[in-house]
Design a protein around this ligand. Structure first.
Ligand SMILES: Nc1ncnc2c1ncn2[C@@H]1O[C@H](COP(=O)(O)OP(=O)(O)OP(=O)(O)O)[C@@H](O)[C@H]1O
Length: 603
């Protein structure tokens, strides 16, 4: 049986994994009862399946580095998860903070805060700038642009702001919504600071990008400020040059062509953050009114300079707001949103595999190989750690966010792959009370019971243990089956879209061909009509420019005509005079051939 006590971190373990429970609310509730119960002292959480889900009702226990329950404040989370990473970045070692969870579980709330609460990002910037204080490098005395070796486009915050604002000209609503954003004051972090190197000056560069449908886009690119589709995708690669101070054999991979804005103070940094945030893709889904449709990366780069202005080193703190995994059926997404969800779920699945393997040891006793090259997301998150990049790799923290009354299957699955330890137990006592937990007081009273149950089972015979394991496997298989079903649904939708696209393309082709045909015919007709008109025109010309003897000829013909007419009239009279019975032919009953010619007019 696996133990729910988190093992000591191994050298291969990249992420410390924290669990944060968000306060439950009637709007976010998907389940009728609470299925998560945290035991902060033990750093573990119990998962009790709702009654109708399992006849056997196996209880799972997951271990984490630390647990933040519903009552935890933003600052509590910050101090434990971000402060060590910030100190690490100041000291020249990269760090990453990421949030993982089902859609609507509180990832963005944790990372970016809300109207009245700062998130991890704002607090990190606040502590960083207040710690640096007057030790900020004099940007006018240092050629920061020339010294860059990350293939970035560097600019100061004022230039950036002007470019963004001119790009937003004519988009008054977006511009004014940015102008009115004010960062909340709480929580106060003025009591926190990081230690600096007494002989160094510092520069802070902020960049932001998002991974959308497996492509990297710069969130600070002014060409995409009012139209996300205009942004060009960037490449994650090794730079062609390395910094003079970087003595490592392998250079770190960078997002080439990324805009990096150097900020002098907190206000400038927050403005950059707001601009980047406004460019991010988010859409309402059934599960979350403002759901992130991309994985967003904020990079806070701290560069260290000697008092003379020579660069001595640098490292970055990456803050990553991952898009939430979601079930198509629950989120009720379709079309573009469903395709986005497919891409999000695939990348999160790869991340899940990497997280699961980071704590495992292979048969030969060595740490298991982490397949981080499988997706762009894991490559961005892990490549500078596992490829032995400069700075000796990074250390990172993952905050798993969960709603105790959210989607049971999706939440449990995330806990299964992200937890550092796991234990499965089969309760013997009546489980009715356990499933009946509906608020935190009920939950705490049942906790003792759960602990007793767990102890009983651990001491019990191996048959029960086997049953428990099998039940857990069954539930896992069930969950995988449901996921596969979702996956099939996504694929079906994609195929439908591809077929529809192809059909539309074919229709367009036919329409184009028909149009071309019409145009050719039109051209031919025009030519034909032109030809006819030309003939007519010539005819008119002939008439208008008749030769001088033509009039004479006409007169001759007219008099000839007159003579013939007279001759014919005389013949007619003669014929009528000879006929015995006027109107009859020579007694044989045939009508006279001249009958009807009496009134004949000859012209
Ligand atoms: N710890 C918390 N305290 C108070 N409110 C919270 C907390 N966590 C989440 N919420 C609220 O729940 C709602 C959804 O949260 P949020 O947008 O952060 O979810 P998410 O996990 O980022 O979702 P998605 O993946 O769809 O972007 C928001 O209105 C947020 O304010």
């Amino acid at each position: 049986m696996e133990s729910a006590k988190p093992p000591p971190p191994t050298t291969a373990q990249l992420f410390q994994v924290f669990l944060r429970l968000r306060p439950t609310s009637p709007q976010s509730s998907v389940s009728e009862t609470r299925f998560l119960t945290a035991v902060p002292g033990q750093n573990c959480v119990y998962v009790t399946p709702p009654q109708q889900r399992s006849r056997f009702r196996a209880i799972e226990r997951f271990g984490f580095t630390s647990i933040f329950d519903e009552l935890s404040e933003q600052k509590d989370v910050f101090v434990e998860t971000v402060m060590p990473l910030l100190q690490q970045a100041i000291s020249g070692r990269d760090g990453t903070l990421a949030t993982l969870g089902v859609t609507g579980s509180g990832k963005t709330h944790t990372i970016l805060g809300s109207k009245d609460q700062k998130g991890m990002t704002q607090m990190a910037l606040d502590v960083l700038f207040s710690s640096i204080g007057d030790r900020m490098v004099d940007y006018s005395g240092v050629d920061i642009i020339a010294s860059d070796h990350t293939e970035a486009i560097l600019m100061d915050a004022v230039t950036f702001h002007e470019r963004m604002n001119s790009a937003l000209d004519g988009h008054a609503s977006k511009r004014s919504s940015l102008a009115h954003i004010s960062t909340p004051k709480a929580p106060d972090v003025s009591d926190l600071s990081v230690d600096l190197d007494s002989k160094s000056k510092y520069a802070v560069l902020v960049s932001m990008y998002e991974l959308y449908n497996d492509r990297i886009f710069d969130l600070l690119d002014d060409s995409g400020a009012n139209n996300q589709n205009r942004r060009k995708a960037l490449i994650f690669k090794k730079p062609s040059t390395t910094a003079a101070w970087d003595t490592s054999k392998e250079s770190k991979k960078v997002v080439a062509g990324l805009r990096k804005v150097y900020a002098k103070n907190l206000q400038e940094a927050l403005q950059i953050l707001e601009h980047g945030q406004a460019s991010r893709r988010a859409s309402p889904t059934h599960s979350n009114s403002v759901s992130s449709r991309s994985h967003a990366f904020l990079q806070v780069e701290v560069r260290r300079f000697s008092p003379r202005g020579n660069e001595k080193g640098g490292a970055s703190l990456h803050i990553v707001d991952l898009a939430g995994s979601e079930r198509a059926r629950t989120a009720k997404t379709a079309g573009e949103r469903l395709a986005e969800a497919g891409s999000i779920n695939r990348s999160l699945m790869c991340l899940g595999q990497c997280l699961q393997l980071q704590t495992q040891v292979s048969d030969n006793g060595k740490p298991a190989v982490v397949p981080w090259r499988q997706s762009k997301l894991t490559e961005l998150l892990f490549s500078n750690s596992f490829s032995g990049a400069g700075g000796g790799g990074q250390r990172a923290s993952m905050i798993v966010t969960a709603d105790a009354m959210g989607d049971f299957n999706a939440t449990t699955q995330i806990l299964r792959y992200s937890a550092l330890a796991r234990e499965v137990t089969v309760p013997r006592a009546s489980s009715r009370q356990i499933s009946g937990m509906s608020d935190s007081s009920a939950a705490s009273s049942t906790l003792e019971e759960l602990t007793v149950i767990s102890t009983t089972i651990t001491q019990d015979d191996s048959k029960d243990a086997l049953i428990a394991r099998l039940i857990a496997q069954l539930e896992e298989t069930e969950a995988r089956w449901r996921d596969a079903e979702e996956h099939c649904l996504t694929i079906e939708q994609q195929v439908r879209e591809e077929v529809a696209d192809e059909m539309e393309e074919r229709l367009e082709e036919v329409r184009r061909e028909t149009l071309e045909h019409f145009e050719m015919e039109e051209e031919w007709r025009e030519g034909y009509v032109d030809g006819k008109l030309e003939i007519l025109r010539k005819g008119i010309e002939i008439r208008e420019d008749a030769p001088p003897d033509a009039a004479e000829r006409i007169r001759e013909l007219e008099s000839e005509n007159e003579a013939l007419r007279r001759e014919l009239l005389a013949l007619r009279r003669e014929a009528l005079g000879r006929s015995p019975s006027k109107g009859r032919s020579g007694g044989r009953g045939f009508p006279s051939p001249l009958k009807g010619m009496e009134n004949l007019e000859i012209y």
